[in-house]
Design a protein around this ligand. Sequence first.
Ligand code: SF4
Length: 698
Amino acid sequence: MPTETRTTCPYCGVGCGVIARVEDDGKVSVKGDPDHPANFGRLCSKGSALAETLDLEGRVLAPQIHGQEAGWDAALDLVAQRFRETIAAHGPDSVAFYVSGQLLTEDYYVANKLMKGFIGSANIDTNSRLCMASSVAGHKRAFGSDTVPGCYEDLELADLVVLTGSNTAWCHPVLYQRLAAAKASRPTMKVVVIDPRRTATCDIADLHLPIRADGDVALFNGLFHHLVDTRRVDEAFVGAHTSGFSEALMAAARLGMAELSEATGLSGMALRQFFRLFAETEKVVTCYSQGVNQSAVGTDKVNAIINCHLATGRIGRPGMGPFSLTGQPNAMGGREVGGLANMLAAHMELGSAAHRDTVQRFWNAPVIADKPGLKAVDMFEAVAEGRIKAIWIMSTNPVVSMPDADGVKAALTACPFVVVSDIQAYTDTARLAHVLLPATGWSEKSGTVTNSERRISRQRPFLPVPGEARPDWWQMAEVGKRMGFAEGFDFASPAEIFAEHAALSAYENDGIRDFDIGAYAEIDGTDYDALIPFQWPQPAGEPSRKRFFADGRFYHPDGKARFVPITPPAPAARDAAFPFTLNTGRVRDHWHTMTRTAKSARLSAHIAEPFCEIHPLDARALGIADADLVTVASPSGHAVIVRALLTERQARGAIFVPMHWTGETAAAARVDTLVPGRVDPVSGQPALKMAAASVARH
Ligand code: SF4
C-alpha cells in the first residue's frame, strides 16, 4: 500500500508543510500539505522538486576515520577521546561545535547541552550567525527578548507591506505567493520593496526604492523624524510602554532632503512617497531579511526599523509590526535551544547568573558556560590561530559559505582534529574531516523545526535510513556518554529530547520569558508523532498565541520596550582599484551549497552556472559584453571567474554574484573567498553583501 507522510520542507524559513507519498515500488512524490498553516498546500520550485533529490549518490553511508570506513564504536570513541584529551590539555575553550540551521531542534538541543552544560564552554555557533543574528540582537535590544511579534497572516492583513533587504519572491517564495494573492484580491494593499537590485519581488511592488548599500539606517531614521513631524507618533503607547524615545530621536540625525538623498541614493520624490505612505497607513508590516542582517550595521538597521513601529504603536496587532524573515528552515529552533555562542537554552541569557543557575540545575549539569563563546567568524579565526584544536561541524559547509572562505579552508586543513557530520561525502568541508560521520537526511530523520512565524512543525521520516547513517542528536549523545556524561544524554528518541526542551522552557518561567512550550513537557512518543503545527508560546493549560506585545508588555525588567539610538554609519572608504560593491545571495532554485538541489536537473536548469550581474553602462565602460567571462577580484587577492549578466536590474557601481557554486578552481566561483570577515560588532553577523570588488573581462 502506498504511504503518505506529513512532514516539512527542509529549505527556507517559510517552513511549508509537505505530504510525501511513497508508492509500492518505492517511487516518491511530494505535494503541499493543504492543512499546514504556513503554505495551505502551496510549494515553490525547490519544495516541489524534493522527490528528485533523494538518491544516495554521494552519500556517506558509514563512519570514516582518515578516509577509511570504520565502525560507529571506533569513530565515536575516537571523537570522545580526542575532545576529552584536548580539553584536559588546553581547557574547554579549546574545542568547538559549528552547527547549522538545517539541524532539527532536537539535534541542536543535545549539541548545546553537551557544549554549555557538560564541556563547560559556549563555543557552539551556527551558520544561522550568517543568517539572522542581527535580527536576534535587534529584537533583544528593543524587546528584551528575541521575539518575532507577528505572524504570516499579518502580511495578508496589512494595508502596506514593506519588504526591505528581501528578495521574497526567490528566497521565501510561498510567503511571496501568499502576499501576491492577498494583494490581487485587495488591490488597495500597497507593497514597497527596498533593495539595491530590481529583483523579481518588485513585480508586485507599487514602489521600488533602489537604496544605496547600507542606506537603510538613514532611510528609517529619516522616516522616524517624518513620523514625529507629521504627528503620527502614538504618544499614549510610547509614554506607557517604551523608554528612550527622545534619545533615539536625537541620535537619528535630522537630515535635509538633499542629504537624505545622498545617504540613501534615493530621489526626494521617492523618499517623500515612501514616508507619506508609511505615515498615513495604520496597518503596516515591515519585513526584513539578509539585506538588512548581513551588514556591519545590521543590528542598527533592525532597530531603526523597530523604532518606527514602536513610535507608531504598530506592533503585535493584526496587520502591523516589524517581521524578520528567517533564511533557514530551523534557524528559529536553534535560537530556542540556545544554539548560538551568546545564548542559553530556552531564550535564557548567558550573561545572567540567575539564568545560568536555572539551566544548570535543570540539566543537573556539572558546569555551565559563564561567558559567551566564539561567534562564527571569530571561531574560525581561533581555529586558524590554533586556539581551537578540535572542532565538530554538523550539517553545514563553511569552506564555501563562510566569509574569507579560503581562510576557513586553511584553518581546517591545519586544525589537529576535525569532525564532520553530513549526508554528503564530497562537500568541500567533508573532505577536510579526520572523522566523517554519516548523518540522516530529510526523508529519514525525525524531529521538529520552527519557521519564521514561531510555528513548530514536525519533520517526519518516510524512507528507511540508508547504510549506517544516524541522526545528529544520537551522534552527539553517544559522544557525550563516552566523555563520561551518561546521565545527561540517555535519550532514546527525539520525542524524549523535545519533552525535555519543552520542560526547560517552562522551568521557573511564570511568564517572565517569552519562549514557553510547557504544554508539551509531558509529551509521549505517540503524541509527538501526531503533533500538529503550533505557534509558540504555548504554556501548560493555555492556547498558543499568534502575536506578542499588543498589550504593551515587553521583556525588559521594567516591562517596557526600548527605542535604540541609532547613529548613521560613516560612508565606507573606497579603494579606487576595487570600485564595485559586491552583493552575494541566493538564486530561486538552489539552496546553500547545492548538496541537495544540484541533484535535480529541473532546478539546475533555472540558472545553470554562476554569474555576475552588472549594469550595462558599467559593463560597457569596462569593455564587457553580455555572457563574457569576467574576473571578479577582491583586495585580499582572491578572484572568481563567472559569466557576465548585463542587466539594468543592477544599480550602477554594484554587482551581484550568487553564493551557491563551489569547487577547487576560480572558475567554480566560491564567491565567499572574496568577502572579508567583517562583522556587525553587536551581532557578530558578517557583512556578506558589502564587499569591495573589481570586475574585468577575463
Ligand atoms: Fe520549501 Fe521555502 Fe519553498 Fe516553502 S517556500 S516549499 S519552505 S523552499
